[in-house]
Design a protein around this ligand. Structure first.
Ligand SMILES: Nc1nc2c(ncn2[C@@H]2O[C@H](COP(=O)(O)OP(=O)(O)OP(=O)(O)O)[C@@H](O)[C@H]2O)c(=O)[nH]1
Length: 227
């Protein structure tokens, strides 16, 4: 199942469905591939986040919920290694949960979103993590993302609350904006680096630490971000 309800609507009506790409475009060779799933309540911005990463675009407007699951591919270069990320955009609505459960076990990485302007989406993160522990691989990489950081006037979840929840579960954390692009690239690059490290661990190479990498990159860009 794929597509979004009302997907025949014009593109400017919210973020359109991720278009299926069954194989990489010509010339898009890669050295290794990994599957990444985007999870979180309906409306937190998963589709917009993916489209910002893939196309550098954000289309605001009426929200059109994803139906089932869609995916897009993007190849990123990590230390000379081309990593193809197959990114699965899932529907956040409860009624599609059984569809998405079937995809968890093949995922190497999960980006788990809440919306900083929605307390319910934040409160539901614990339930999402329970679901993840039930259905995903034991060694799956999980990252917690507080999206819509550009809407500071409507913020109801403090950054410290996101940080402390992430610490409790031992997962890396970032605030992001699918609208401005803040930390979008960084989230996927960190995942790609982790996947590359797991696949190609050279004997003398120090182990890649995703937490440390994210913190150092956030510090570097702190002059220009909302954080
Ligand atoms: N201001 C702002 N709005 C955003 C951001 N990300 C998404 N939105 C808006 O939030 C609404 C929902 O975005 P989607 O990306 O469709 O949400 P989703 O998580 O994919 O929702 P489901 O498909 O139902 O799971 C849309 O109206 C977007 O324009 C963001 O970073 N900032």
């Amino acid at each position: 199942m794929s597509g979004r309800t009302g997907s025949a609507a014009p593109a400017q009506n919210g973020c359109p469905a991720a278009v299926r790409e069954r194989s990489p475009p010509l010339g898009q060779s890669y050295d290794l591939a990994g599957k990444v799933m985007l999870l979180g309540d309906s409306g937190v911005g998963k589709t917009c986040f993916l489209l910002q990463f893939k196309d550098g675009a954000f289309l605001s407007g009426t929200f059109i919920a994803t139906v089932g699951i869609d995916f897009r591919n993007k190849v990123v270069a990590v230390d000379g290694v081309k990593v193809k990320l197959q990114i699965w955009d899932t529907a956040g609505q409860e009624r599609f949960r059984s569809v998405t459960h079937a995809y968890y076990r093949d995922a190497q990485a999960l980006l788990l979103f809440y919306d900083i302007t929605s307390k319910m989406s934040f409160d539901n993160i614990r339930a999402w993590l329970t679901e993840i522990h039930e259905y995903a691989q034991k060694d799956v990489v999980i990252m917690l993302l507080g999206n819509k950081a550009d809407v500071s006037s409507e913020r109801v979840i403090r950054m410290e609350d996101g940080q402390s929840l992430a610490r409790e579960y031992g997962v890396p954390f970032m605030e992001t904006s699918a609208k401005t692009g803040m930390n979008v690239e960084l989230a996927f690059l960190a995942i790609a680096k982790e996947l590359k490290q797991r696949a190609v661990q050279l004997p003398d190479e120090p182990r890649f630490q995703i937490h440390d990498y994210i913190e150092s990159q956030k510090r570097k860009s702190s002059c220009c971000s909302f954080m």
